[in-house]
Design a protein around this ligand. Sequence first.
Ligand SMILES: [Zn+2]
Ligand SMILES: [Zn+2]
Length: 467
Amino acid sequence: MHTGQLTFFGGVGEYGGVQVLYGKGEQAVLFDFGVEHSSLLFPKQLTLYEPVGASPGRELRQFLLGGMTAPLVQLYDPQHMKDLDMAKVRRSWGNIDFPHYEGIRLFIGHMHTDHMAILPYANPNIPVYMNHDAHSLYQGMVAGGHSFDTAARIMVCDDLSVVDFGEFTMQIVEMDHNSTGTAGIIIDGGDHTIAYTGDWRKQGKHSERIDRFIELCREKQIDLLITEGTRLAADPSAVLSNQMTEVELLSRYADIVDEAEGLIYLQMSPRDLERMADMMAIAVEKGRKVVMDASHAVIWHRANQEGLRILEGHPALGVDILIVDATVTDKLQVPNKTISLEEMAERKNDYVYFYKFPDLAHMIELETLGDSQGGSHFIQSDYSVKVDHADVAKYLKTFGITGHSLCNGGHAHPEAIADMIERIAPKAVITLHSRHPRSQDTRGINAYFPQKGETVTVASILASTTI
Ligand SMILES: [Zn+2]
Ligand SMILES: [Zn+2]
């Protein structure tokens, strides 16, 4: 009988960029296919501003040579390799010998770039598994110009569906995170079971999904738990206390919409389509109209055209969106009616503007035209450009706009992680997606700390004895 083993290409000692290969016999699955947020290159379109991006047309070569993605030639689209010498790529990994598998497939847990940035360059022959709503969001991101398309074969999976690799099975389990359709996996290799959480949180609207994941892991008697640990700090006591729940965050937003006299600028991530839906519905309920940046509107429209199970029956589906005409480009197929900045300026308190950085210049017109002036609000809601960003701060000050930060993050508090570890009670736990995995309290469960590039059998991880 073959034995299962893991190779760690990314996510070790860093925020994101999780790339772990589980293989048994000749079959393997690589889970997640992203690039770490703070590596040499910032994956394009993460923040939509000033990233040190890869050179257009040479992205894959640079990700590979920079050691930012697994050096396994079969994963990649030859068209994007452009005759890259793989010997040079292996050199940047210290010429380590990696295991070879006849069949490698991919699983992508969610649509944040630190988990999916390499998807556009995947080999067209490789099946890529993803959860239903994550796929709908991806279609939206491609249509809205927030990601390149992929030639790979995407296999859309239902929540809890099981994929059979022959040597092992992989079950898709929907989680809760601030990216629509996020899922983790449970791998059953016959000899051992492994659960990978992906990114997750307890403060979202669907904490019952985390409880369900834990229950599934208990039923399966998971041997090895791989969890994220983004919020761990070098000093465990320095971790901020629990963040507000999504329900509380939405209620604070509702209060701001209620009280604001001028325009409301709302900067949020269009990868969290449930929050977007909730914020649209609240805006309408409070008597305002939704106006939106064109690319965000295209993501919303296209993802919903594909179908989003999480939004079935949601009141936001019937909301008419007006697109700010100054944001329309030739490349975008705009599905909605447009509105000009002049029209918006005339009736500032009629609108919530789902705005996208760096369109700050719109404020010059919106705040100076029209009869009424002042009383506008700017809300930053879990977006990468914060209210204290130098340019945002300058505009808010110039026009007397009140700034708000409504954030609760997408990641689990270390206490929630400790609770999950204790309840699942695996034989060993690995904390990835963290700079400080050693500060995680594992409640007495054996912790394993892999090195980047390491290959290790599951059996020897379970037999090791670091706490
Ligand atoms: Zn992540
Ligand atoms: Zn994420």
